[in-house]
Design a protein. Structure first.
Lengths: 65, 710
């Protein structure tokens, strides 16, 4: 069944072109949205691993050069 | 502020995975080194089948990827996930099950691969019972991951976690599709895809095993451990968002670049090339984000061994991800494919990126888990230099060997003949490079052993903190909070959305490439003269798989004059429709053998397998005396015929009952031929070698123009 559907589609290049267009749309939209972000939020996010407030990691200070 | 809750991070599971990473890393590298030395001294296998190159090569790749890097991923994920989410792992049982299950899978790989139990799928060689076990353990890991995400105390998901989620969902899809197979018995199965379709599926998997096992989880680890080690936030969070989505969307398409100029349809090759070239942008986005995180802290790189390892790791990532797209350009690939250039390229990634990032993380993590400082920073610095030299001594000779091979293979005399018509001339030229590569590998392994000593000493001097106390406020309900907020924040707060969007991103590429290939028959033009393998040839083909011959011999002649002049007519996709699995190979340590059928007499193959040097002086192929000695196991034949018929090979109904008689008849014919040539063995017709000869003599003959007999 699917075989016939796909075969009758003939040229399947539209799938590749469709995917490329999808990618560029998502990419461009995400770039625009990311650059409209709130900078304090991004700062908080990027500092998340540093975990300065609640860190209970022992000997952290000793280890730092 | 909400009330603080007290809870404990599970460090025991992190420590266990760390120890497994160290031990399996050394084992994997050692097996690789043995394989490397066998390429210089083939006799180093000591005549033992189980430790011969073809069988231990997949053991090395599996150990490096799934045992060393795999345990490294889990070590890093279990440590960072708990801290980024302010929560203990969801289930202690699942953590334990994951750890022990994974180690048992590794052990079963270490047993089955040397025994020749393999599906011959690159980076997925393990047979179906182990494939099932991998699926179960991987799902257990996924439940533990998602469970921890659900019970977290931190609202937002840091970028490292997106990479973990994308890794999990993609590996799930890849593993399932690539391992669709029907068992013949406990240790043998045939895949549902054949020939060119199998090639596409296997390299869709193979390339994305590199992408989603060796890259995305390690990028996640980089985004957590590099800021930790450098004590400064990631350079650009914006860049991390863009590069994450671009990377996972594009990566999935790149698989066909492993099949350029083969009989894969051109449209699929072109897609692979285009997306591979595009891949440089998101890959370098990640690399630059990593390196720029160190802005203003480069002075510390001079003193801090952890940062040294990480900087080289990220630089190696940048080099490998620049080289990858270049190698995907068809004209470059025409030179590089089948040569040692590819091996050099992949080791910049594994030794540099994966290895050095793992070492950096281990040096950072172990002292913290054991509440002490590193036993010997001096030894860690020594490890850094030994390892870096190891990478250089490993990769440069292989690049050189690759170029030498390719130039020699393609060189014609002014009269239009191949300058180096004997393949062995090209082998002799690269053996010294293999020797230098083995020195590089020895250096790298020595560094890893030094690290193991240093870290185990550190563990001994410290006191292990199994449960690390932490306090954090409970997570506030975020119901309805997304109105008017930043779109990505909405996704970030919801792991399930993240999972779904990641799945959509990777499925688009997979579906567009694979569906038309699997469904449209015109993509694989049929050739009337191509017939299924006879039972004896089938048995021989499975011996070829067991011995890992495809690690050194390709079965795919590209449509170049230099290849058709050397090997014969270029390969057509219609010739492979009964090949389960496809055996095109990726490397020509020895020559292509797609048209070897009928090229030599049966006795040539017999003598060549018994002692390759007798037929090919200077050859680095190991001897296979056990093929001469051992009796062919024919018990599986009827079962194999049945399974293959189920999958579409046109064996007539009931042929399984006649197959053994046909097999014996063909074996007798070959045995007679061998006896005529002076080979004495009472039970010759029952030996494995006869099946192997039957298969080799069949190769490429379906469309081979028979020489004139006048």
């Amino acid at each position: 069944m699917y075989k016939h559907i796909l075969e009758s589609a003939g040229n399947i290049n539209w799938m590749a072109i469709g995917a490329l267009i999808t990618f560029f749309t998502v990419f461009v939209v995400s770039v625009i949205l990311v650059f409209k972000k709130d900078s304090t939020y991004l700062k908080t996010m990027s500092e998340m691993p540093l975990d300065k407030v609640h860190s209970s990691t022992p000997n952290q200070a000793n280890y730092e050069n | 502020m909400a009330n603080l809750e007290t809870f404990y991070y599970d460090n025991k599971i992190v420590r266990n995975f760390a120890i497994a990473t160290i031990i399996w890393g050394i084992v994997g590298m050692l097996v690789g080194l043995i394989a490397a030395f066998q390429l210089i001294f083939p006799a180093l296998n000591l005549g033992v089948a189980e430790i011969t190159y073809g069988r231990i090569r997949p053991l090395h790749t599996n150990a490096a990827i799934f045992a060393f890097v795999g345990n490294g991923i889990y070590m890093g994920v279990y440590y960072s996930l708990q801290r980024l989410l302010k929560a203990r792992m969801f289930s202690h049982f699942l953590s334990q099950f994951h750890f022990w299950g994974w180690q048992i899978i590794i052990l079963s790989a270490a047993l089955t691969l040397p025994l020749g139990i393999t599906s011959a799928k690159e980076y997925a060689e393990l047979e179906w019972p182990i494939d099932l076990a991998i699926a179960v353990v991987w799902i257990a890991f996924g439940i533990n991951l998602m469970g921890t995400l659900i019970k977290r105390r931190e609202n937002h998901l840091y970028v490292a976690i997106w990479f973990y989620i994308a890794t999990w969902i993609t590996i799930t899809v890849l593993h399932v599709v690539n391992n669709l197979e029907i068992p013949v018995d406990l240790w043998k199965s045939y895949g549902v895809f054949a020939g060119v379709q199998d090639a596409l599926i296997q390299w869709w998997y193979g390339h994305n095993a590199v992408a989603f096992f060796l890259t995305t989880p390690y990028l996640g680890l980089m985004y957590y451990f590099l800021p930790k080690a450098a004590n400064r936030p990631v350079y650009s969070y914006k860049l991390s968002i863009i590069h994450f989505w671009a990377l996972i969307f594009i990566y999935i398409w790149a698989g066909p670049h492993h099949l350029l100029y083969t009989s894969l349809p051109d449209w699929a090759q072109s897609l692979g090339t285009v997306f591979s070239i595009m891949l440089i942008a998101p890959s370098w986005g990640g690399m630059l984000n990593g390196l720029l995180t160190l802005r203003g802290a480069w002075d510390r790189v001079r003193q801090d061994h952890v940062l040294k390892f990480m900087v080289v790791a990220i630089t190696a990532y940048g080099m490998a991800t620049f080289e990858g797209p270049m190698l995907s350009i068809k004209s470059v690939n025409a030179i590089s494919h089948y040569t040692d250039w590819t091996i050099g390229h992949v080791h910049i990634g594994t030794l540099g990126w994966n290895g050095f990032l793992t070492f950096g993380i281990l040096y950072w993590l172990i002292p913290r888990l054991f509440q002490t400082s590193l036993y010997s920073p001096k030894a860690a610095n020594a490890h850094f230099w030994i390892g870096t030299l190891g990478i250089i001594f490993y990769a440069i000779p292989l690049y050189w060997a690759g170029w030498v091979q390719s130039l020699m293979w393609k060189q014609f005399t002014p009269d239009g003949f191949l300058q180096y018509g004997n393949f062995l001339e090209t082998v002799a030229q690269v053996v010294p490079m293999y020797a230098i590569r083995a020195i590089g590998g020895t250096l790298y392994l020595s560094g890893a052993i030094l690290m193991a000593w240093n870290l185990f000493k550190t563990m001994k001097t410290g006191v292990f903190l199994a449960d690390e106390k932490q306090e954090a406020p409970a997570r506030l309900s975020t119901l309805g909070a997304h109105e008017g907020e930043h779109w990505h924040r909405w996704i970030e707060r919801r792991p399930v959305q993240m999972l779904i969007f990641s799945a959509i991103a990777i499925l688009i590429g997979g579906i567009v490439e694979i569906f038309p290939m699997a469904m449209i028959e015109s993509n694989v033009p049929k050739i009337k003269s191509v017939q299924p393998y006879t039972p004896l040839e089938l048995a021989g083909r499975d011996l070829y798989i067991r011995e890992g011959c495809l690690g050194c011999h390709s079965q795919m002649i590209r449509p170049f004059r230099s290849e058709t002049a050397r090997y014969g007519e270029y390969s057509k996709s219609g010739e492979y429709i009964y090949d389960r699995p496809f055996l095109w190979g990726s490397k020509r340590t020895g020559p292509d053998i797609h048209r070897v059928g009928g090229k030599y007499p049966d006795s040539w193959h017999y003598n060549h397998m018994y002692d390759p040097l007798s037929m090919s002086p200077g050859s680095i192929m190991p001897a296979y005396p056990w093929l001469i000695r051992d009796k062919l196991d024919i018990n599986q034949i009827p079962g194999k015929i049945k399974v293959l018929r189920t999958l579409g090979t046109p064996y007539p109904e009931g042929y399984e009952d006649e197959a053994l008689a046909d097999l014996e008849k063909q074996a007798d014919g070959i045995a007679q031929q061998l006896k005529k040539d002076g080979i004495k063995d009472e039970k010759l017709a029952q030996r494995e070698i006869v099946a192997m000869i039957a298969y080799l003599q069949r190769l490429g003959t379906d469309i081979k123009v028979k020489p004139a007999t006048n």
